[in-house]
Design a protein. Structure first.
Length: 395
């Protein structure tokens, strides 16, 4: 159950930078009621629980746009795992996420939508699902990555007839060069879905046509795409050069070299750069064998891989992604955090997330000066790090 929480003594991190002086943040259930240096326990009336956070930082709640699984659970293999995965994610500061369904039969997406529509189990204390990320089956067989090639297909309006933001689909990743893809991009965009280019062999011209049709995101830039060439720049150049497109990256130092991460960040700027984990069921688990959909993945020191050596998602956590971005680019903490807060919230059109201000969602990630997660608050409830833990972290 939520309560009125008064967080005091911490500095706020946001898109405008870090506040110079400690600020108080009053959370009233799911909503930020007040922010400032003059908020006290009499504000607005009613009982308030005061938490001293001297020396810590408060960031908008982290948002992960691509999560396949965690804690040994795979969402495609078992869509009911959405809630178990959400409960695992809060330890890394994630307050909201987009559960990802990889290439699978149509019944799998329908089952996941039914899980979302039914709502969380009683007593749920996890990250809020923001709708599905449907990654496939409309992917290039030339760039399928870890997706099952037997299940790939050309874009099919009937297959995607029930996909809409209202129904619970937030993002769809497809290869825009496939037959019928541009018409489907227009249809899905008209239904409020963010359409992303990924697992694609598109040329520069095909990429530009896709953006004109409505593509607004790049799924794990560089991975499962032709390399950026000086004579054949391809899809990557189209995505990087158009200001309407936000790019997603997996900054685990395996999927993208830190030098390239820095180069892209400098090129597109912080307003168009997001970090994701693309985490699989092995996230938070020991090395071994796990599932991605129906495919077996082996996890060792080189990352999660299929039997043929291809990468199959990651075991990255979102807090580590933020730290890796800061290390690779040298950007300030507030800018690094925006890639996991402000930018994904803006992409999804969520005006109440991605910032800490009066009226915003009570989604807060509590950090120390090394950007390590101390606690996570979802809708005014401390779901990771007890209140006592938060207070002891300041001692």
């Amino acid at each position: 159950m939520s309560e009125r929480l008064l967080l005091v003594g911490a500095r706020l991190l946001g898109q405008d930078g870090t506040t110079d002086e400690p600020q108080a943040l009053l959370l009233d259930g799911p909503t930020v009621q007040a922010v400032g240096d003059d908020v006290d326990q009499t504000h607005g009336g009613g009982a308030i629980r005061r938490i001293e956070l001297d020396g810590l930082w408060l960031a908008p709640g982290y948002i992960d746009l691509q999560v396949n699984g965690a804690a040994g659970r795979d969402i495609t293999a078992d869509p009911t795992a959405i809630w178990a995965v959400g409960e695992a994610l809060v330890a890394s500061g994630v307050t909201a996420y987009v559960p990802t369904i990889v290439t699978s039969p149509p019944a799998t997406v329908e089952a996941a939508l039914a899980v979302l529509a039914a709502g969380p189990p009683t007593g749920y204390r996890g990250a809020t699902p923001l709708g599905l990320h449907v990654e496939g089956p409309f992917l290039s067989p030339l760039r399928n990555g870890a997706h099952d090639p037997a299940l790939l297909r050309d874009p099919d309006p009937a297959f995607a007839a029930n996909w809409s933001r209202a129904a619970g689909v937030a993002i769809v990743t497809l290869a825009p060069e496939l037959p019928g893809a541009l018409d489907l991009v227009r249809d899905l965009t008209g239904r409020g879905v963010v359409v992303s280019a990924g697992h694609s062999a598109a040329t520069l011209d095909q990429g530009r046509q896709a953006i004109e049709a409505g593509i607004r995101y790049a799924t794990h830039l560089f991975n499962a795409m032709p390399p950026l060439g000086h004579r054949e720049p391809g899809l990557i150049a189209a995505l990087l050069s158009d200001r309407r497109v936000t790019v997603g990256t997996i900054p685990d130092t395996i999927h993208v070299d830190p030098a390239m991460l820095d180069l892209v960040w400098r090129l597109v700027g912080p307003d168009r750069f997001s970090v994701v984990t693309d985490a699989i069921s092995a996230m938070g688990m020991p090395e071994g064998r796990y599932l991605l959909g129906e495919r077996e993945v082996t996890v060792d020191g080189t990352g999660p891989r299929l039997a043929d050596g291809r990468l199959a998602g990651s075991v990255l956590t979102l807090d580590a992604a933020v730290r890796n971005l800061a290390a690779a680019t040298g950007c300030d903490p507030a800018t690094a955090i925006a890639a996991a807060t402000t930018v994904p919230a803006r992409l999804l059109g969520l005006a109440d997330r991605g910032h800490l201000a009066t009226g915003a969602r009570s989604a807060v990630t509590v950090l120390d000066r090394k950007l390590e997660v101390v606690g996570t608050i979802v809708d005014g409830v401390v779901v990771a790090g007890t209140v006592g833990d938060l207070e002891r972290a300041t001692a």
